[in-house]
Design a protein around this ligand. Structure first.
Ligand SMILES: Nc1ncnc2c1ncn2[C@@H]1O[C@H](COP(=O)(O)OP(=O)(O)OP(=O)(O)O)[C@@H](O)[C@H]1O
Ligand SMILES: [Mg+2]
Length: 259
């Protein structure tokens, strides 16, 4: 069984940082290998994970949409997309990274997108977990990059605008033609005073599970500013400790029967 986790939230809330800490925590907890998917056109998950960014899926789409790119139909085309997908993967210790990239050009990619979705779902089956770092607008989910999510993690930072974005994301999520097992909310960058009271009530009013808060962590902030990856963080980093608890919670779904 593959555990699929999609991370969504307003721009700049801490999605990529959380997604990369989660990859580290899952790998440490032997939920491995993990497939990390950067679904943000402004890709920076590679940097957060400390790996080189390889070719992007958008480049495959571009080629797949051209007559000379790959066989035009049938099993040959499916194989061609699967091959390209394999070559796009950047391999690291305990996880692989796939970068979606920025779709460009006026062509319609519908047929290629359909193939990609099938191939991605097939690819995901080779992993213990898939962690999808989304762009703020959730376009990739709307374009149905995947058919199946066990956990949609809606991230807030904790401010009123980011809570509003979480509400919108949750509303949108009900309209998506994909299976979403659990919708959960996460407050990150939480200061020593905790989440302010009005926000506490608003989060509770969402009536979905709230994951343990991730604290504002000076070492994480410094690492982000200096372009260092999450694997360079001390094992005792408070944010990493919190994400380890979250990874254990999400990973426990692997042991329970499907919902
Ligand atoms: N727990 C934390 N403690 C301290 N700083 C954090 C924490 N989480 C994230 N940050 C910092 O907040 C900033 C935004 O984080 P991040 O890039 O993860 O957000 P994002 O939601 O992915 O942004 P975007 O929408 O632009 O992709 C970064 O400078 C990062 O280092
Ligand atoms: Mg990001």
């Amino acid at each position: 069984m593959v555990l699929s986790i999609a991370v969504a939230g307003k721009g700049g809330t801490g999605k990529t940082t959380f997604a990369s800490l989660l990859v580290r925590a899952l790998v440490e907890q032997r939920v491995r290998p993990v497939l990390a998917v950067d679904a943000d056109p402004n890709a920076n998950l590679a940097e957060a994970l400390g790996v080189e960014c390889g070719r992007t899926l958008a480049e495959i789409r571009e080629r797949g949409a051209t007559p000379e790119g790959s066989p035009s139909s049938g099993i040959g085309r499916v194989r061609a997309v699967e091959d390209e997908l394999q070559r796009t993967l950047v391999e690291a210790e305990g996880f692989d990274l796939l970068t979606m990239g920025r779709p460009e050009g006026p062509r319609c990619y519908c047929a290629v997108n359909h193939l990609l979705r099938q191939s991605l779902d097939a690819l995901g089956r080779n992993y213990a977990a898939v962690v999808l770092d989304n762009e703020a607008g959730m376009e990739h989910l709307s374009r149905r990059t995947t058919n199946d999510i066990d956990f949609l993690v809606a991230v807030l930072n904790p401010t009123v605008p980011s809570l509003r974005a979480v509400r919108r994301i949750l509303e949108l999520s009900w309209e998506l033609p994909i299976r979403i097992g659990h919708r959960v909310v996460l407050a990150t960058r939480v200061g020593p005073e905790g989440v302010p009271e009005p926000l506490q009530r608003d989060i509770a009013a969402l009536k979905i599970e709230r994951l343990p808060d991730v604290p504002q962590d000076a070492a994480v902030e410094r690492a982000g500013a200096e372009g260092r990856d999450v694997f360079a963080l001390d094992a005792g980093s408070p944010a990493l400790e919190a994400v380890r608890r979250i990874a254990a919670r999400l990973g426990s779904a692997l042991a329970s029967p499907p919902v």
